[in-house]
Design a binder for this molecule. Sequence first.
Ligand code: DGL
Length: 256
Amino acid sequence: MTFSRTAPVAVFDSGVGGIGVLREVKKLLPHEDLLYFGDDAMAPYGERPTDEVRALVLDHAQRLLRLAKALVLACNTATAAAAQELRQHYPTIPIIGMEPAIKPALKVAPHPRILILATPTTLREAKLRTLLRLHATRAVFYKCPAPELVRLVEEGLADSPEADRYLDRILAPFSGTHRPDAVVLGCTHFPLAKDAILRHFGNDMPLFDGAVGTARELARRLAAENLLNPTEREGAVTLTSSAPHMLPLYHKLFYA
Ligand code: DGL
């Protein structure tokens, strides 16, 4: 497949979480046309078997790549389940995945305790295990699945008493001598619940997410492959979802 430089970049997530990544992409690459798709009708992905997530991602990617010159998997779960296979299917197209922001979190203390909040799929897949093994001598890693937080974010309840109650319950073990020095938000939905997470840990807890890193990697790949849109005009942003009732929330978060 060959694409013109003026084709859009597709940004995909299971739902609303990838909008945070889309915002970073827009900041960095204002001239690109961006096509966002969230599969809210099938979200959350993170509790589904890996094969099922992979099939969903491949299906949507195939459709998006009929139009787009590059694909951003703005979803840690989709990246863990399907990035490798997608790259094999489309070897000539930039496929950019999410990377949990472990590296910057390592810098907060000499031998930090780092808590990774993510979906069950992300936490069990090889990609994260490999990354943690790589840094095993430099930090203590705690893993905490937070699937219900995805649902709360999808329902517009990211900053709510329900979110507070849920976080207090699942994060209770990470206190006292197990209090982390940093928290890695390994799911693109979770930065939207940042306020509730900080209410639990206190405002001084450093939080890290991969949105800026992913946007930078996209910019680097488009430049390297001579795929940057040469236009001087502002790029168009198209927001789409498999559950159109979500679009007002997309607009609110993107244009906030
Ligand atoms: N936003 C996705 C991620 O980054 C997953 C949410 C879901 O479970 O659907 O992992």
